[in-house]
Write a protein that binds this ligand. Structure first.
Ligand code: GLY
Length: 424
């Protein structure tokens, strides 16, 4: 029987843990942010499969270090993690590989930034700090003054923990629906794309309010959003990307490549790569893994085979799934700017029908972080999956006497999956 160590501590890692526990091959799973403490818990000759959740340890080279010590690791090498850590590095690779992406102009100095801003309309581009910015670091200016403030702030190093201090990117704006592709990669550019998802980044209904780490998601994305032809183009883009990464001298192997694609109105609906990340998406993981499990795929076997190099592709056509999933994030009051901690959470130990709860900002049944927990429903249709998820949430805010999950002041959206639900 196998053992698994998952590095990380959020809802994404909780979903990974559930998917490992669901495997008949796995007898023990440890989830922790603390690598040494995690490793210490596995004694003897048997070494666990290590799955690295967040990008930071990958960028710092954790996967390489553990591989050098003989561990089987699912996670990108330090060199390949640069595709997330430096957007300009990824853009240069895509340019060489002929992968459709927004035209991008990178600058290193204040005068180069000012010159670009003077010569271009501010509503034609977005400004992206190069470097890890924790899901932030992207500004869509409306005026030249806003653009200048953002670019100079990034170059000063005072914004986004120093991301953008060296390089600021001006990327052409596209519009259209966005889809998230999580791509499990083995060796020799072998890959499998998990079912596509759409997430909701805005805090409030109708996709309004401030940007967040993700208020929910649904999967799979139906043909009404992405046609079979567009899916084929996306697939081809992934093939070209992996080949391009290899010929650039930095192949992507034995990890998860996350592609954020926009079906661009400016490009006749073709999928344009908005970003590549080198780790599982959040909250896409929370919605996709229960779906994949219900479709009969053993994620442990899939990730283990990718970590060994010889990817064993699942015998399931993800484009033809007769099952859907929908995830609703319950966020703390005050999230995202000033999350209030400490409220008692009720209903987390209940059993809900066709629902997974994935805990993130929870400690001793109290709120301990901004994104507190995820409620993921599965069902034959997206409406059924939504009905199952919302049936588990104390939508009416009855309080602890209900047999649903909730806490005082929780924030959540009732319209997750609004693009594809018949009613909400
Ligand atoms: N949901 C966006 C991301 O994980 O990057």
């Amino acid at each position: 029987m196998a053992e698994v160590l998952i590095i990380g501590s959020g809802g994404r890692e909780a979903a990974l843990e559930q998917s490992m526990i669901a495997s008949d091959e796995v007898e023990r799973v440890i989830v922790t942010n603390d690598v040494s403490t995690g490793i210490e818990q596995f004694s003897g000759n048997k070494k666990p499969l290590v799955i690295v959740g967040p990008e930071l340890p990958l960028v710092q080279g954790l996967a390489d270090e553990l591989r050098a010590e003989g561990y089987l690791v699912f996670g990108a090498s330090k060199a390949a993690a640069r595709y997330e850590a430096s957007k300009s590095f990824a853009v240069r690779m895509m340019e060489r590989a002929g992968v459709l992406h927004p035209e991008t102009h990178s600058v290193r100095t204040e005068s180069e930034a000012a010159e670009f801003i003077l010569n271009n309309s501010p509503t034609n581009y977005m400004i992206k700090a190069d470097g890890l910015a924790g899901g932030k670091g992207v500004v869509l200016p409306s005026t030249r003054t806003e653009a200048l403030d953002a670019a100079l702030g990034m170059l000063s190093g005072d914004f986004y923990d120093g991301a953008g201090k060296e390089i600021v990117n001006f990327a052409q704006r596209h519009s259209g629906p966005e889809v998230s592709a999580m791509i499990v990669v083995g060796d020799n550019d072998e890959f499998t794309i998990l079912p596509l998802a759409q997430d909701h980044k805005r805090l409030s209904e109708d996709d309004t309010g401030p940007n967040t780490g993700g208020m929910g998601a649904y999967a799979p994305v139906p043909v009404s959003i992405i046609s079979n032809g567009q899916y084929a183009q996306l697939f081809e883009s992934v093939e070209k990307t992996l080949k391009g990464m290899r010929t650039s001298g930095t192949p992507f192997e034995r990890g998860l490549l996350y592609g954020g694609f926009m079906l661009s109105e400016q490009q006749e609906g073709k999928p344009v790569v908005i970003e590549y990340n080198v780790r599982f998406g959040d909250p896409e993981t929370q919605v996709i893994l229960p779906l994949v499990r219900e479709a009969g795929v053993d994620m442990y076997n899939l990730l283990r085979s990718a970590a060994e190099g010889g990817l064993e592709k699942p015998d399931v056509d993800f484009a033809k799934l007769a099952i859907s999933a929908l995830t609703v994030c319950l966020a703390a009051p005050g999230y995202p700017n000033n999350p209030q901690k400490g409220a008692d959470i009720y209903g987390i130990d209940n059993d809900y029908t066709d629902v997974d709860l994935q805990l993130a900002g929870v400690k001793n049944s109290k709120v301990s972080g901004g994104r507190v927990l995820y409620v993921t429903g599965t069902g034959k249709t997206i409406d059924q999956a939504a009905a199952n998820a919302y049936a588990a949430i104390d939508v009416q805010r009855v309080g602890s006497q209900t047999n649903k999950v909730g806490f005082a002041g929780m924030q959540f959206r009732k319209d997750i999956g609004r693009q594809v639900r018949a009613r909400f």
